[in-house]
Design a protein around this ligand. Structure first.
Ligand code: NAD
Ligand code: GLY
Length: 364
């Protein structure tokens, strides 16, 4: 691998693995050295990413496998379903793939989540490698082993914790990302500052123009530092019994926005960005951060090209959707709140206070 490639270790005992971060890794056959030996690989991708990167990945995998199969799914969150999962199993079974077959997830978080879940299920578990091609997937979804598909009643409700063998982030793929998707990924980058590292938040503020301009050095540092923080959290709490929940800063309000508007109207990262503004306001009402912190975070999220005012769905609609969030316990809503900046806690808050925050943060 190119010596400028950065490596971050996810420390999980026998399930530990490396995240490689660098430009051009998709073309680098050495990026796949040391994976479990197998005769066959299967690349799972989608119809948008395949024309951009599939041939290049096939070429660099060729020296390692006798055969490289492909399953290209339709693009979109609405295809994160049983049907798509079955299409992957159809290829695996149709091609008589054995239990050593290595799955490669080439795409954003949708492809990563569904491929990981397919790998967890096929023959009770086969190895898989994440090759994330969106910023959101490189800094969040490809790392940590959460895999899932959606159910019509709820997003990501059917899934498993199942760690990849390796994550390979080719920073070059971020150059073709639509601007709206880049901004959505920046929401998850910004998230790591308030919950864990205010020096990183300072750095993001200083480099937001570079990140929006897709400066390779800025992207490389943003992905690496985000992965380091995620590795630190996941290494302590693989299955979200405690601290891992802080990675959901902004996600409780964000979930209500996504569900209230209908999934897909706002991107996940857009809802998280606005949700972080709301969670910061709630933290301020509880006396844990000051107005200057809320303003600072709001300005940064806006600069990233993300909405900072929520849709006016009404406080009751927000509360309803937040009650079915995965973090809710016995119907009680739990929020990731900042206390103090650089550190997060998971707490309940009075409905009336939450409703005030929603009303204050929504467009009339
Ligand atoms: P996505 O996978 O839908 O990708 C966004 C869009 O970008 C898609 O249209 C995709 O085809 C396209 N695309 C991908 N790479 C591209 C590239 N290099 N150039 C051009 N276009 C490209 O969305 P996402 O934001 O990557 O991921 C969102 C998903 O991730 C959601 O399903 C969410 O639930 C999940 N998620 C999972 C975790 C986790 O821990 N497992 C964490 C956060 C989000
Ligand atoms: N994206 C939140 C987590 O991985 O826990």
């Amino acid at each position: 691998m190119n010596p400028s490639t950065a490596h971050v270790r996810i420390d999980l005992g026998e399930r530990s693995y490396d995240i490689a971060i660098g430009a051009g890794l998709i073309d680098d056959a050495s990026a796949w050295q040391g994976l479990p030996q197998a005769a066959a690989a299967l690349i799972v991708t989608n119809d948008t990413v395949a024309p951009l990167y599939l041939a290049r990945l096939q070429a660099s995998l060729a020296p390692h496998y006798r055969v490289v199969h492909v399953c290209s799914l339709p693009d979109g969150e609405s295809y994160k379903t049983w049907d798509s999962l079955n299409q992957i199993f159809d290829v695996l079974l149709g091609k008589a793939c054995d239990r050593k077959t290595v799955l490669f997830a080439l795409g954003g978080g949708v492809i990563g989540d569904i491929t990981g879940f397919a790998a967890a299920c096929y023959m009770r578990g086969v190895p898989f490698v994440q090759v994330p091609t969106t910023l959101l997937a490189q800094v969040d979804s490809s790392v940590g082993g959460k895999t899932a598909i959606n159910h019509p009643i709820g997003k990501n409700m059917i899934g498993a914790f199942y760690q990849p063998e390796r994550v390979v982030c080719d920073l070059g793929t971020l150059q073709t990302l639509p601007p709206r998707e880049l901004s959505a990924g920046l929401a998850e980058v910004i998230k790591y500052g308030p919950i864990a590292d205010m020096a990183f938040l300072d750095w993001i503020e200083q480099h937001m123009d570079d990140l929006l301009a897709r400066n390779p050095q800025a992207l490389a540092y943003a992905v690496k530092r985000s992965c380091e923080i995620k590795a630190w959290v996941v290494g302590q709490d693989e299955r979200e019994a405690g601290i891992r929940a802080i990675l959901n800063f902004g996600h409780t309000f964000g979930h209500a926005i996504e569900a209230g508007l209908g999934f897909g109207v706002w991107l996940h990262g857009e809802a998280v960005g606005c949700g972080m503004v709301m969670a910061a306001h709630l933290s301020q009402r509880l006396g844990w951060v000051d107005a200057a912190f809320v303003q600072r975070l709001t300005a940064l999220i806006a600069k990233a090209g993300l909405p900072v005012t929520g849709p006016a769905l009404g406080a009751e609609v927000y509360l309803h959707h937040m009650r079915v969030d995965k973090k809710a316990e016995a119907g009680g809503i739990r929020f990731v709140l900042i206390d103090p900046p650089g550190s997060a806690v998971v707490r309940a808050a009075p409905d009336a206070m939450v409703a005030e925050v929603v009303e204050a943060c929504c467009r009339a």
